[in-house]
Design a binder for this molecule. Structure first.
Ligand code: 1HE
Length: 260
């Protein structure tokens, strides 16, 4: 497939997907969403970790408001569009391959919904988060009520939408919207370095981490513990496990140590 709104580059077992609609602040219209779905729904052969990045000074300005305005969608058309966003972002969150996001500038509206579907979020210091849908007279439709609400709590999301409050990178880090802050211009290289390290884990372990933990948090404790044991058993079938454990026992791997 040839892409108009994104670029896709493979660097060994890491695939870097870059939003490339800088002149519109990477706002997402129907065609761009289809491209995002195409790559995350059918990961390039050999991908063990994704990096999701964006060209320009802003990660993503959310829904393409011009297209939305011009299409003048009916309620059913808008519902179907939202379901397309949900399906696409489900490929990102539950596709079984970790996704590390490199964020900068605006991560707003649908851009925050996209970021919330990724697993590790590295924020450059210019990053800010907002849900301006209330101000625009619309509602979230790309999964924020589920994904963002779970990260920052539903009550905080209500406030965020009513007040149009903007959170800077530090506040985003405190709330879990970002996992690490780096200096301007260093987000992509840090995200790639992390992705390369994540790609060394056995794929079954990464699959269990990115598909299991979020789903188990939806379950009762009893069901969750059962599902956890099942996942652990499935991962245990990995033939590489004893070799890796042996490396630890033979002191061939780095010890964990507190961050200096
Ligand atoms: C856009 C969009 C867009 C910019 N759709 N065209 N999202 C929002 O409400 C956020 C709207 N955008 C902004 O607040 C600002 O553009 C930014 C803070 C992201 C960037 O500001 P800045 O000063 O760097 O750029 P700009 O001059 O505002 O925008 C540059 C161009 O991009 C300009 O077009 P031009 O023809 O005047 O050059 C903008 O119109 C255009 N642009 N953002 C279309 N979003 C599944 S439901 C999800 C619901 C939502 O996501 S609602 C939230 C939408």
């Amino acid at each position: 497939m040839t892409y108009q709104f994104i670029t896709v580059e493979q660097e060994g077992d890491v695939t870097v997907v870059t939003l490339a609609r800088e002149d519109r602040r990477n706002a997402i219209g129907d065609a761009m969403l289809a491209e995002i779905e195409s790559v995350f729904g059918n990961p390039p052969e050999g991908t063990r970790c994704f990096v999701l990045a964006a060209k320009g000074t802003h990660f993503c300005a959310g829904l393409d408001l011009r297209e939305h305005h011009d299409k003048n969608r009916t309620p059913i058309e808008f519902m179907k569009m939202c379901q397309n966003w949900h399906r696409t972002f489900d490929h990102i969150q539950f596709g079984g391959i970790p996704v590390v996001a490199a964020l900068q500038g605006a991560v707003v509206g649908g851009g925050l919904e996209l970021a919330a579907a990724t697993h590790v979020r590295i924020a450059e210091s210019s990053t800010f988060f907002a849900l301006p849908e209330g101000q625009r007279g619309i509602f979230t439709g790309g999964g924020a009520t589920v994904r963002v609400g779970r990260i920052i709590t539903p009550a905080r999301m209500v406030d965020m939408m009513l007040s149009a409050r903007t959170y800077d990178a530090q506040k985003g880090l405190n709330l879990g919207l970002a996992h690490e802050i780096v200096a301007e211009g260093e987000g992509l290289s840090r995200a790639k370095a992390l992705a390369k390290q994540i790609a060394t884990h056995p794929p079954t372990t990464n699959f269990a981490i990115v598909t299991g933990i979020a789903r188990i948090s939806d379950m009762s404790s009893t069901d969750g513990l059962f599902a956890e044991a099942l996942l652990a058993a499935a991962v245990q079938a990995n033939p590489d496990i004893n070799h890796r454990l042996g490396e630890f026992l033979n002191k061939k791997t780095n010890r964990l140590e507190p961050k200096k």
